[in-house]
Design a protein around this ligand. Sequence first.
Ligand code: 5MM
Length: 346
Amino acid sequence: MSPYLEELKVTAQAMVAKGKGILAMDESNGTCNKRFEKLGIPTTEEYRQAYRQLILTTPDLSNYISGPILYDETIRQSTTEGVPFLKVITDAGMIPGIKVDTGAKNLANHPNEKVTEGLDGLGERIAEYYQMGARFAKWRAVITIGDGIPSRACIEANAHGLARYAALCQEGGLVPIVEPEVLIDGNHTLERCFEVTDETLHTVFNHLYTQGVAFDQMILKPSMVIPGKDCPTQVSVEAVAEATINCLLKNVPVTVAGIAFLSGGQSIEQSSAHLNAMNALFGSRCPWPVTFSYARAIQQPALDYWSGDSARVAEAQQKLLARAKCNSAASVGEYSASMDETPVLV
Ligand code: 5MM
């Protein structure tokens, strides 16, 4: 049993407290640089630090965000005034989190499939992050839908990795966010996404159980059950919400501390509308809090507006805050599209 039992429970509950969600800002340098390149922002540590400072110093962010997920580079950085980002986060009343996987790599013998790596030395890295002040962690597995995939081998390998990671986190005092992402890429139907998400979640919880992971000390970060982005038959917001909640109810133990969705490349409005419908229409059926752990669906308007211009920080922060507020409202079933119709600052 983990010596951190009570602390882990308290942290997990605080991460999904009513009206709050998690801000994913754990893009690895490669992903962050790709997003910067599209906007012509220099892909240097200086600009990554400036962008992360913009996010973390947003006034009132903690009204809607329980904690940010950081990347290894970011957790070691400070503001330009010399205040460690970790202090900025805890002074604002938020909980610092850290991405600990080392990325999705090609799965041997299985073309077009990935397995997430990062178990080597993970116990030591968790101990260092805990000592620095992190209190939760994240590991993302990627499942691709396509011709003849996902394979059983891919789902099993990723579920095993997620469970080993989660067990190590709980032993070291970090609440694990378990993130099995079924990608939105492809032309698959809603029904096919349901099948794959169902099999994935079932397998992940089997492995979590086998590794002795305590469900009330973890957060699940799933993708939604949604047609592939190239599927000719798209469906209503209500249909996505219903399929997603049905899939979760079928597979997620009631004792899990909370569900915090990824946005996975949906538009910002869709991400909020889907989360909102889940809470407004089906919230009474859910035994766990259902909230967000979005990256793009919170950050994108702020990143687009900032584009590396130091004169635009304050307005970019308002855009970030507005998206955090929308998703907070969605987490309690009170979002409406009009909330996103704020004046465009140029
Ligand atoms: C699926 O991606 C996670 C959630 O982000 P979205 O809401 O934009 O889908 C996100 O936390 C992701 O894991 C990080 O951005 C890290 O990405 P990389 O690929 O750099 O590890």
